[in-house]
Design a protein around this ligand. Structure first.
Ligand code: NAD
Length: 494
């Protein structure tokens, strides 16, 4: 019998008010439950938000360097437990072990990086236009932050939200994805062990509609930081608008790699394979379109397909595995529906396009790496986020056409160009409409100390990571100190 886990509210581990639970399953083996988690509803959300609100006033008074010391201890514990956390992550969401280790490492990096902010949280001082008057701006916390996260980076994404929110003096209610509650629980346990006071970080498990939606609507939640699908992001934004809440959204992508005729093809193929099939294509920055100049498209496609066909599928815990399962049955079916759609739309299926059931893989949700050629940018397989190991190769005549194709979707998260020509690289960097552009590297590989996020429907103008992380979780407060001892009127012409 798998273990029963709890919510963490006001420093106590407690069951959901409903008494109900939901399981966390291994996508590589549908018979393995990793644990049972509280199926929370608005009553649990109310308790968690009440605790976060109550503890906010005290937490914001703790000097930021002291808050940050807890983050540093958290980072050290994450580092100590990296191996176990990565193994758990692979079991819970399927990606291969080295990618899970990368996910944990990103969480460690973010925690160390943002803990350093405890001794910065920089504001500005600037001269006043009046004599004997001092002017400055400081960063203030915003209050209770709701952190709502997806399953594909079950440790890294929560740290991108929770750590900057906490170091800035906010309290947090964390609602992780229902697919990865176990990794989320371990993260919260680690922060408890690192010394976070009760009520500062609260964990509420549950389904999106039942636990996420009431958290978004709760009047005492001041800021919602959401990463997930565009559909849910829209609902979150609409609900938040009704209450004038701050909301920062990180959503989907339809990321493209441009391969120019002068590219180093070996490099481009390896980058495209990694971008398309890493995490079974289930990254928000996955490369699901490859836009190739006609002169090299035959060679690129032949070699890319050959490489895709020898990728070893299997349980991500096995050292020889190169691609794990997709997250669940619904996602497996969705990926397959897109294969059928691509064929119907007239793209040429070169490889894959099937659920993979050989040997042990029959136990899980495996889908073959799937490559379509002769796709046009108007096709739905080239417009919509599939979130699986499916790639559309789109032929173009030149760089201008390539950039038009890249910019033709409603998304704008990540992008890449492979070229040896510096002029083409700079033109692409300027004209691609995306939050991130890589040159001679794949669409994946964000570093925590740089801003991360997308334009158009991939985001709503906010960024995570880098200094932007602090911007997202603080308010500017402007302070004027008049020591002239008389009434001074700014903007008054005497
Ligand atoms: P999802 O939108 O289904 O769920 C995300 C989170 O929202 C989960 O915790 C879920 O329980 C919760 N949720 C669902 N319905 C809700 C509601 N009505 N109110 C409040 N919360 C609700 O996304 P997912 O399937 O977990 O993740 C995949 C998606 O996330 C993809 O579209 C992917 O591109 C995107 N993603 C984006 C980024 C980024 O930084 N841009 C990073 C990773 C994933």
């Amino acid at each position: 019998m798998a273990e029963q886990f709890k919510n963490y509210i006001d420093g106590k581990w407690i069951e959901a008010t409903s008494g109900q639970t939901f399981p966390s399953m291994n996508p590589a083996d549908r018979s393995e439950a990793l644990g049972h988690f509280p199926r929370s509803d608005h009553r649990d959300v109310d308790r968690a938000v009440e605790a976060a609100r109550r503890h906010y006033l005290r937490w914001r008074e703790v000097p930021a360097p002291k808050r940050a010391e807890i983050m540093f201890r958290g980072a050290e514990l994450l580092l100590l437990r990296k191996k176990d956390l990565a193994t758990l992550m692979t079991k819970e969401m399927g990606k291969v072990l080295k990618e899970s280790r990368g996910d944990v490492q990103e969480g460690i990096d973010m925690t160390y990086f943002i803990a350093g902010e405890g001794r910065r949280l920089l504001g500005e001082t600037t001269p006043s236009e009046l004599p004997d008057k001092f002017a400055m701006s400081v960063r203030a916390p915003v209050g209770v932050v709701a952190a709502i996260t997806p399953w594909n980076f079950p440790l890294a994404i929560p740290t991108w939200k929770i750590m900057p929110a906490l170091v800035a003096g906010n309290t947090v209610v964390f609602k992780p994805a229902e697919e990865t509650p176990l990794v989320a629980t371990r993260l919260v346990e680690i922060m408890e062990e690192a010394g976070l006071p009760p009520g500062v970080l609260n964990l509420v498990h549950g389904l999106g509609e039942e636990a996420g939606a009431p958290l978004v609507r709760h009047p005492e939640v001041t800021l919602i930081s959401f990463t997930g699908s565009g559909e849910v992001g829209r609902e979150v934004a609409i609900a938040a608008a009704a209450e004038h809440k701050r909301v920062s959204l990180e959503m989907g992508g339809k990321n493209a790699i441009i391969v120019m005729e002068d590219a180093d093809l070996d490099l481009a193929i390896e980058g495209a394979i990694w971008g398309a099939f890493g995490t079974s294509g289930q990254r928000c920055t996955a490369a699901s379109r490859i836009v190739v100049q006609r002169k090299v498209i035959k060679e690129f496609t032949d070699r890319f397909v050959k490489r895709a066909e020898i990728l070893r599928l299997g349980d991500g815990l096995l050292p020889e595995t190169e691609m794990g399962p997709v997250i669940n049955e619904a996602q497996l079916k969705r990926v397959h529906r897109y294969t059928k759609l691509g064929i119907k739309e007239g793209a040429k299926l070169l490889t894959g396009g099937e659920i993979y059931k050989k040997g042990e893989c029959a136990k899980g949700f495996f889908y073959l790496p799937t490559v379509f050629a002769d796709a046009s940018s108007k096709m739905r397989i080239a417009q919509e986020e599939i979130f699986g190991p499916t790639v559309a190769i789109i032929p173009v005549a030149d760089l201008d056409e390539a950039i038009d194709v890249v910019n033709s979707t409603r998304y704008g998260l990540s992008s890449a160009i492979y070229t040896r020509d510096i002029g083409r690289a700079f033109k692409a960097m300027r004209e691609i409409e995306a939050g991130i552009t890589y040159v001679n590297a794949s669409t994946v590989g964000a570093e925590v100390h740089l801003p991360f996020g997308g334009v158009r429907q991939s985001g709503n103008g906010h960024r995570e990571g880098g200094n932007a992380a602090i911007d997202a979780f603080t308010e500017w407060k402007t302070l004027y100190i008049d020591f002239s001892g008389r009434l001074q009127r700014a903007q008054i012409d005497e």
